[in-house]
Design a protein around this ligand. Structure first.
Ligand SMILES: Cc1cc2nc3c(=O)[nH]c(=O)nc-3n(C[C@H](O)[C@H](O)[C@H](O)COP(=O)(O)OP(=O)(O)OC[C@H]3O[C@@H](n4cnc5c(N)ncnc54)[C@H](O)[C@@H]3O)c2cc1C
Length: 396
């Protein structure tokens, strides 16, 4: 039987994971990416149990360990150190019951070099502009004038996915009204704890320990305001964080702000995750707020699950609409729960009214004392129904 030709558009965490999983499962794939050079994508990312399991399934985790600093506990705090919630992943009996902050570009470079080492072609400088589909053959069109024929397309091209839109899959896309900076502080924090601090003015500051003498930090910034702050108000803006305490001020003083990564937060809700010849993966299907740190982790799980479902179907000539239905019914409900919880946490953390914050803080402390494992499992991205997909053995 003729080998189906699979094209992956987008070489972020979703696209590179999809490429590696497809290669391991014996599929022939080509990756197309619009940027020429990823450079040093700014800031960090927190990997949780589910993302770590994807790396393990791809045989990449052990070599990646020196670039991570595992933390078993995540804490939500007020600037005066009052603890609102503690998420202690050691309470869960699941694989990799910890989280680990990493630099984004380390993950990107590491996945990319694994894809290239596997011999999978990655064509950079290819910005996809559209897709046509006739008589079972898809043709991707690129801004550089190239066309590429294939049998299936995996849309891993992020929030504004051209491939998803080209087959008429229309997402609801909402700006959330928050923006964040992600940056690296050249300073070590000693406790192995990921901290998020909620200020009285609705701003938040995150502290995620990295290996060596570095710390990944993230913080709120006015939507659309970073360029102006950076140009003429940086000192004043830095000073405004005083209320967050000396630990935060020390870290902020150790950041090269010209390298900070500014992002506005959007949410994508896509009702249907496939329309042949396209399957949609990662942010293109479900961009989410970053308050649980599950966007990239979930994107990597989507990619692994989809490839594990697609490979046997393509090799046996089975119905691909069935694969689409199975993929969507396994992943979408779980990811929607993560999205919704993350959005709510974001809203509550941004409250500024003193009585509302007082009630919130009291309730969170009470809930923290009695919370079961449900919230922890969601934060870890653990879904029992997905267990079998974390094995890339071709026989399974
Ligand atoms: C402030 C903030 C903090 C975050 N923190 C975390 C965290 O701690 N943990 C976590 O798991 N997630 C986090 N996320 C979310 C995470 O960054 C995303 O969910 C993740 O990058 C999605 O991966 P993806 O591969 O689906 O999309 P992307 O990373 O957006 O990759 C898409 C790729 O497609 C390429 N592309 C786009 N359009 C085209 C085109 N037309 N043709 C060809 N190529 C194209 C892009 O250049 C890019 O390389 C955070 C997000 C924000 C904003």
């Amino acid at each position: 039987m003729k080998q189906p030709r699979v094209a992956i558009v987008g070489a972020g965490p979703a696209g590179l994971t999809a490429a590696l999983a497809a290669h391991k499962l014996g599929l022939s794939v080509t990756v197309f990416e619009k940027t020429l050079d990823f450079g040093q994508v700014g800031g960090g990312l927190v990997l949780h149990s589910n993302g770590l399991r994807v790396l393990e399934a791809l045989n990449l985790l052990d070599q990646f360990r020196p670039l991570m600093r595992p933390c078993s506990t995540l804490a939500l705090e007020l600037p005066n150190g009052t603890r609102l919630s503690t998420f202690d992943y050691r309470k869960l009996s699941i694989p990799h019951n910890y989280s680990a902050a990493i630099m984004r570009y380390h993950l990107q470079e590491y996945l990319l070099s694994a894809v290239e080492w596997a011999g999978v072609p990655v064509l950079t400088g290819h910005r996809c502009t559209g897709l046509s589909y006739e008589h079972g053959t898809a043709c991707l069109h690129f801004a550089n004038g190239c066309d590429h024929e294939c049998d299936l397309v995996i849309a891993c091209d992020g929030i504004h996915s051209v491939v998803r839109d080209a087959v008429g899959l229309q997402p609801a896309r909402h700006p959330i009204g928050h923006a964040y900076l992600r940056a690296i502080a050249e300073r070590r924090v000693d406790d192995d704890l990921i901290r998020e601090i909620w200020g009285p003015d609705g701003r938040r500051f995150g502290i995620c320990p990295l290996p060596d003498d570095q710390t990944y930090i993230f913080c709120s910034v006015p939507v659309g305001g970073w360029r102006k702050i950076q140009k003429s108000q940086l000192e004043f803006w830095l000073e405004s964080w005083h209320v967050f305490g000396s630990r935060v001020m020390d870290l902020m003083a150790a950041v090269d702000w010209s390298q900070a990564n500014y992002s506005e937060v959007h949410e994508v809700d896509l009702r249907r995750w496939w329309q042949l010849p396209v399957f949609v993966v990662g942010d293109a299907a479900h961009a989410m707020t970053p308050f649980i740190g599950q966007g990239a982790n979930s994107a990597m799980v989507d990619a692994l699950v989809l490839m594990r479902m697609l490979a046997p179907a393509l090799q046996s000539g089975a119905n691909l609409n069935r694969v689409g239905r199975a993929y969507q019914s396994l992943r979408r409900p779980f990811v929607r729960r993560i999205q919704t919880t993350s959005r709510r946490l974001g809203l509550v953390g941004a409250w500024t009214s003193a009585p509302a914050r007082h009630t919130r803080d009291t309730l969170m402390q009470l809930a923290n004392a009695v919370t079961g494992s449900g919230a922890l499992l969601l934060g870890a991205g653990y879904n029992r129904r997905e267990e079998r997909y974390f094995c890339l053995d071709r026989q399974n």
